[in-house]
Design a binder for this molecule. Sequence first.
Ligand code: FAD
Length: 504
Amino acid sequence: MAKYDIVIIGSGLGGLECAYILSKEGYKVLILEKNRQLGGSLQIFVRDKAIFDTGIHYIGGLDEGQNLNQCFKYFGIMDKLHLIKMDMNGFDIISFSDDEHEYSHAQGYDNFVEQLAKDFPHQREELKNYTKLIQEVCNYFPLYQLREDDAPILGTKYLDVNARDFIASVTSDKRLQSVLGGSNPLYAGDGIKTPLYVHALVVNTYIESAYKCVDGGAQIERLLTKQIKENGGEIRNYAEVTKIVEKNGVVTHIELKDGEHIEGKNFISNIHPATTMEMLETTTIKNAYRNRLLGLENCASAFIVDIVLKPNSFKYINQNYYHYRRNDVWTGINYTGEQSPDMFCAFIPKSTKGGEYADSMTILTYMKFEEVKQWENTYVTVPKHKDSRGELYEDFKQKQTEKILDLVEQKIPAIRSLIKSYTTSTPLTYRDYIGAKDGGVYGIAKDYRDPLKTFISPTTKIPNLFFTGQNLNMHGVLGVTVGAIRTCGVFLGQNYLLRKINKA
Ligand SMILES: Cc1cc2nc3c(=O)[nH]c(=O)nc-3n(C[C@H](O)[C@H](O)[C@H](O)COP(=O)(O)OP(=O)(O)OC[C@H]3O[C@@H](n4cnc5c(N)ncnc54)[C@H](O)[C@@H]3O)c2cc1C
């Protein structure tokens, strides 16, 4: 008889949330994590005493009465999080090389319109219409509002609308179009593919409210882990799953890298569906299903420069920067080599010790996996072995950093003189530390031209194997949380679970 009701592969946010929900409902749960640190993209790391986030720079929907606030109350962590609310009148600042003006995305829908109408007074009605339509699109996704609803999980309307075209249909002002789409690196926005619903669900959560985690997002992992253990759940790190073994149509056990077998009644994969398929030894799953998952395209990856700032050199700002070389904000994802970067985002972490000055800054640009492909057979999981991918790789990262700093100088002219030290990450970093397929930071890329192709169900063709995590629904703290509700809804009944969450 298997000891565990639920074995979860990966301790990313989705794995932790499923473990919490199911252990709270009496299931015997085990999480297996390949790394020492739990949390996947929730992990933080420290350089020169400054804390850096891997993948949680800011979070939306955390005001009282909003969706993520309610979920976090249910998880028992809302009142324990150390958060700072971002600038009400401009949590995101959008800017362009040919224009000294900064354009603000403000919190609260009316305020969002008000602030942008100062820059675009002739576009007030268009702005109102934009915010109305964004909310209408979100309304077609009931789970995002924690609504009990028999409607299909994916909204039936707006699935096949392109985000860039939609914005262009709302306003003919080219600069305003770019300002409205200017935070699209939050979802690796691609003018050719990105669906409107992805844009709408992401911008909606931040317009509702925008917060940073003080001293990093790993606090979410720590708090969830504590609750899971209190519920009787078990978590093992350094436990890399290498095989999922099926016999007679059900998964019987998984195998770890060291050969250990772990049996379970049900298995939830919090890792990429394609990687899950690669690990699965099965005679049940047809090639068509497997190949569909293996063939899905992943969104772009990133090149990140994490800068430790000299003490008291740069005043903390409670905003993020999105800066573009050109007016078209939907093409940056496709620039490579000498042309890149075409844009950058800057996130300023908030630390308890920093006071009025910032300790650090994270600069993010896009990078495609092909740019680091020549090093794809090198693997680094110990930060100390800095140059183990070779000198050429170090040289490549340094050149890329210099190009990024040239662009950052347009916004922060003194940037080079503020740097105490820096560290960089590439698509290979995300592949090796989080297990991100092709280093794609947000998982499977959505495409409005074939929306159902990228629809991943939490259930698979094997009745006791399930998916959760950012590839299921959407990425981001909210997207992954909604995904966990879907996965656990299969076990508990979705409306039962929603009622529990709404009553928390
Ligand atoms: C650079 C970056 C910036 C981001 N910024 C934001 C932001 O500001 N706000 C926001 O809301 N979201 C942001 N995100 C997205 C968000 O962080 C992710 O969508 C979310 O954390 C993913 O959660 P997940 O459950 O899919 O698991 P993941 O984080 O993908 O974790 C998967 C886990 O599985 C483990 N694993 C992999 N393979 C195995 C194996 N074989 N055996 C055992 N364990 C395994 C990994 O080590 C990892 O711990 C960002 C992401 C990135 C990368």
